[in-house]
Design a protein around this ligand. Structure first.
Ligand code: GLA
Length: 411
């Protein structure tokens, strides 16, 4: 079975340090790390002012960094070739291609926010699977955010309220510099999660609640299945879903779809019409209705899921997960055959519930299983993929880890 292990903190830190030494022939000022995430439930709700419930992974992106004199930024990554350089004032929207936008974009966004930062050089290494829908990009942004906070003395890392400023800078880097119009859940998960909890985010009022989440204590595990189906957010589909929701909200006369109460859903659906998106795409009213129905019912499912967790009825969340997947498959239309097959095979092998997680269009699924059934469920999913001639999926376990932080290592 194709297991994707998380590095220990010491190992990740040493790898990033070694990459830094190799590229710059010097020791870094420190190493910082930030987690990938899976979302338990509440998908495509964040940009609709809704609720979502991510947990941080033990899988992290490590950044070894030093501030430098002068104006030149230099970045290197074990996952990419070469060293990227640019002057501080060359960074901005439309001016950085590829992964450096997720790093230098954060210092740009903090500077836009009035913070004083200098130049820096940094080396990156990561065990967050790339392109798997596990927010490797938010992990990258957030590791840089906490590094900048420390070395430039911004004073934003100490508590979650201050960290919200770092979250905002990471979102801005991703939306404006990297060009992916995502909704903020991932950066919040990477910077605001607490160990042993799931993070309930209310994107309407910005509030955060840490919900105790300790599956191991209940003899359970959350199996993450990386389907290896290519996943890409910087393309039209995600943006179209978001634009459709925004156009529907406008038609209904509300700021976001969060304002559509579940018991008013039928009336709202009735009031909808065809919409034309800013890029000129026309979306048929039937499609608009399905998109809206997903968002409104999904927000209600987050509340149901959280209620069950709070009541200690975690084994009963399965049907809520399953309903989420069906809604994402049929109404929101963001699954792919690999996600549907992974979910079905996991359930057939005994999972309590399973669903795609993250943006969709490829990426990963999660399945809630008895801890001692993890191997059997993984084997069943692998067999289902092999039977279809698909690339073997990868597997990892998610627990509910802590947020981005400086990583202390022996000098
Ligand atoms: C991606 C985005 C998030 C969120 C999810 C879907 O992960 O980055 O902001 O919209 O998709 O829930």
């Amino acid at each position: 079975m194709n297991q994707i292990p998380a590095w220990t903190t010491a190992h990740g830190a040493e790898r990033a340090r070694a990459a830094f030494r190799e590229a710059f022939d010097a020791e870094p000022a420190g190493v910082w790390a930030a987690p990938g995430r899976v979302n338990l439930i509440g998908e495509h709700t964040d940009y609709n002012g809704g609720l979502c419930l991510p947990i941080a992974l033990a899988h992290r992106t490590y950044v070894a960094l030093s501030p430098v004199e002068g104006e030149q930024i230099a970045l290197t990554s074990r996952q990419e070739d070469g060293v990227w350089t640019a002057a501080v004032d060359e960074v901005g929207p439309g001016r950085v291609d590829g992964w450096p936008g997720y790093a230098a974009g954060v210092s740009w966004a903090l500077a836009q926010d009035g913070r004083t930062l200098g130049a820096y050089r940094a080396a990156v290494d990561s065990c967050v699977p790339y392109g798997a829908g596990l927010s490797s990009s938010a992990a990258l942004e957030s590791a840089f955010a906490v590094a900048f906070d420390d070395v430039f003395d911004l004073g934003l890392g100490a508590d979650d309220d201050a960290r919200a400023t770092l979250v905002a800078a990471c979102i801005r880097a991703e939306n404006e510099v990297a060009g992916a119009n995502t909704g903020g859940m991932d950066q919040s998960a990477a910077l605001l999660s607490h160990d042993g909890t799931a993070l309930l985010l209310d994107m309407r009022d910005g509030s955060r609640t840490h919900i105790p989440f300790d599956l191991a204590a209940d003899g359970l595990a959350l199996l993450v299945i990386d389907t290896r189906a290519p996943h890409q957010l910087v393309d039209g589909q995600y943006g179209q879903r978001r634009a459709t929701c925004e156009a529907a909200a406008q038609r209904l006369g509300v700021p976001t779809l969060r304002e559509v109460a579940p018991d008013r859903l039928d009336d709202a659906l009735h009031d909808l019409e065809d919409v034309t998106l800013p890029d000129g795409t026309r979306v048929d009213v039937d499609v608009v209705r399905r998109r809206v129905r997903h968002v409104v019912t999904e927000i209600a499912r987050v509340e149901e899921f959280v209620g069950l967790l709070r009541d200690g009825r975690v084994r009963e969340v399965g049907p809520v997960m399953d309903a989420s997947h069906v809604s994402l498959r049929d109404d929101y239309e963001v699954t792919v055959p690999q996600l549907d097959v992974a979910v079905e095979a996991a359930r057939a092998a005994g999972a309590y519930g399973a669903r795609m997680t993250g943006g969709g269009f490829g990426g990963s699924a999660i399945a809630l299983v008895e801890a001692d059934a993890t191997g059997a469920v993984s084997a069943a999913v692998s067999a289902a993929f092999a039977g279809r001639g698909w690339t073997e999926p990868g597997f990892l376990a998610a627990t509910g880890d802590g947020a981005a932080a400086r990583v202390e290592t022996e000098e």
